[in-house]
Design a binder for this molecule. Sequence first.
Ligand code: SF4
Ligand code: MG
Length: 283
Amino acid sequence: MSPLNLGTYAANTWCPGCGNFAILNAIKTVLSELNAEGVPLENIVLVSGIGCHAKIVDYLNVNSFYSLHGRVTPAAEGIKLAKPGIKVIGFAGDGDAYGEGLEHLIFAAKRNIDITMIIHNNRVYGLTTGQYTPTSPLGFKGRSTPGGTKELPLNPLELMLASGASFLARGTSHGAELLKQVFKAAILHKGFSLVDVLQVCFTYFNMYEYYDKHVYELKGHDPQDRQQALSKIREWDYNADSPIALGVFYKKEIPTFEQNFLGREKKAAETDAKINAFLKASS
Ligand code: SF4
Ligand code: MG
C-alpha cells in the first residue's frame, strides 16, 4: 500500500510550514510499512485530542477516535483494554498531554500499558493563537504572556522516565527519516511508548533554525541503560546553547498492564472453575 492510499477527502487546514505535516507523512509511511508486514489496518486505532495536532486523524484513512482535551491517554487505554490485540496510537499536543492530561500520562506510563503516544510538542497553544504551555521556554512571549513567562519549562521525558515509561524517544519535524524510525520502534515496542516530537509551530513559535543548530542524533547510546538515558534526557537543560539529543533514549522490556491484568483475570477464572468443579463433585 502506498502512503497516498491512507489519505482522506478532508481538506488540510494546517498553516503552510507547520511541523505537523512531517508527523503526518512519517506516520503514513510507518502505517503502510506495518500493513505490508502483516498488520491489518483494521487492527490499528488512532486517538487524538484537541488542538492543531488533532486534525491528523482527519487526514488518515484509519479507524480513529477524537477525544476531549487532555483525555487522549485514557481513551487510548480504554480501547486497548477492550481489545488488547490491536495497536493504539495516541496523538496529543504539548498542552493536551503535558498540561490538561498530565496525570493520565503519568499513570499510563506507571502501569506500562501497551499504547504509543506521539506528542506534537510545539511548545505553544497553536490552535488558540499562541499561549504558553508547560514546555514553553522561560521568557516566552505569547498572547497570555506579553511580558514573557516567568517559569522554567517541564522536561517531559525526564518525568516520563521517572513515571515508569518503558520506551522514550525524541524527534523533530525537520527529521523525517528519524521520525519514521522512532515511530515504528515505538509502535512495535510492547509497553508504554512515548515519542516527544519537537514539532515546529511555524505561525506562533518558529523554532526551525534553532533546532537545526542544536539537535544531534544519539550514537553509541545504550537505551537499556537507565542512567545513560537520564543523563541524555537532562542534557537539554533549556539553556540557549545546550545540545538537544534525538533518537531512542530508553527501552526496556517489562510486563505490560494488559499482561498483568488479563493474566490475573484468567488465573482467577481458572481458580473459580476448579472450586466449582470441587463443590459439584462433593455435593
Ligand atoms: Fe501548525 Fe501552528 Fe498553524 Fe497550528 S497554528 S497549524 S501548530 S503552524
Ligand atoms: Mg502545542
